[in-house]
Design a protein around this ligand. Structure first.
Ligand SMILES: [Zn+2]
Length: 334
């Protein structure tokens, strides 16, 4: 697990624990207010347990004549514990009222467990960290459940079905390669460009890829280029919550960047400037970018004659990307 995620998990676990402990203390207070007798019992029991511990310590040190005290305390303690049991039952108070209500009993919401002489992530963290990754990736709710496993090719018309299955297959191979490289050397210079008409399912395919990467613990960023430009425009206003450079920095540094629907944005110098910066930065740092578009690369290049993206950016994509075509129109078949 990389640092940022571990930190997020740790701070999240810390605040969850704090919240639960606070809630728990409040609950105990309330219980004691309602049951002062229980409070008194608990206090006496706790005092006797302390006495017992100190008697046992003395005995351990070899002090004589302590046996009687130990015996008497033991009897008193047992009597009080039995009395407390009866009290709890009679008043319908759960036996573990002094235990905080952890979401995960195993790690008591620490997120880590001590097992076989080492500290390890608790199994409860796996789903949780996938969730955080998904949240951080910018993936829309619509794509949260997209997965290679649940993709239904029967939605494609018979003539497009085989091609779609082949594209999905090649995409998975590409991802396997990418993940291995990112995990071993930290970079992977091959990108992917998926061209497909509106309704051909390319956004779903991108969602499958994003989720697969997230589940494989690869830091992933999903953007729709037009939305990114809107976000950048918002930073020019007075009530900005993030800055232009912080947005670009996040996108530049993502291990894998997925750009959905390139070319949907209004053709402008503004649009061209950021794409140029992003693609250039990722190219120089050998970080992969996966792009889907309604346009083919040569159509995007034609548009660049009017200054769109600049030909150089498109050449970068041609030079570094595998190019797949997804055909079909799923909208007609649903
Ligand atoms: Zn746990």
């Amino acid at each position: 697990m990389d640092d940022l995620y571990t930190k997020m998990l740790d701070s999240d676990n810390f605040s969850t624990r704090q919240r639960l402990v606070r809630e728990h203390e409040k609950n105990i207070d309330l219980t004691y207010q309602k049951h002062p007798d229980l409070k008194k019992l608990d206090e006496t029991i706790s005092q006797l347990q302390k006495d017992m511990a100190s008697f046992l310590a003395k005995k351990f040190k070899g002090l004589q004549n302590i046996e009687t005290e130990i015996e008497t305390t033991k009897v008193k303690l047992n009597q009080l514990l039995a009395k407390k049991d009866t009290y709890l039952q009679k008043n319908n108070i759960s036996e573990d009222y002094k235990e905080p209500k952890w979401t995960c009993e195993k790690c008591q919401d620490r997120g880590k467990i001590y097992l076989n002489n080492k500290i390890d992530a608790c199994p409860c963290q796996e789903d949780y960290s996938t969730n955080i990754r998904q949240k951080m990736s910018g993936l829309s709710i619509k794509l949260k459940d997209a997965s290679f496993k649940n993709t239904d090719f029967s939605k494609y018309s018979p003539k497009d079905r085989q091609n779609a299955a082949a594209v999905y297959n090649m995409t998975q191979k590409y991802l396997t390669n990418l993940i291995t490289n990112i995990k071993t050397v930290g970079t992977f210079s091959e990108g992917l460009f998926i061209h497909g008409e509106t309704g051909s399912g390319k956004t779903h395919l991108l969602g499958c890829m994003a989720n697969h990467l997230i589940e494989s613990n690869v830091e992933t960023m999903y953007i729709v280029y037009a939305d990114l430009l809107d976000r950048i425009r918002e930073t020019f206003g007075d009530d900005r919550t993030e800055t232009e450079s912080s947005i670009i920095r996040k996108i530049n540094s993502a291990k894998v960047l997925l750009i959905d629907d390139l070319g949907m944005e209004k053709n402008s110098e503004f649009a061209q400037k950021y794409l140029g910066q992003i693609i250039d930065h990722r190219y120089r740092n050998m970080l992969p970018t996966i792009i889907t578009s309604n346009f083919t690369l040569s159509e995007l290049k034609d548009r660049s004659k009017n200054d769109m993206y600049g030909e150089r950016v498109i050449w970068r994509c041609v030079e570094t990307s595998h190019i797949f075509h997804l055909s079909g129109n799923l909208r007609n078949s649903i």
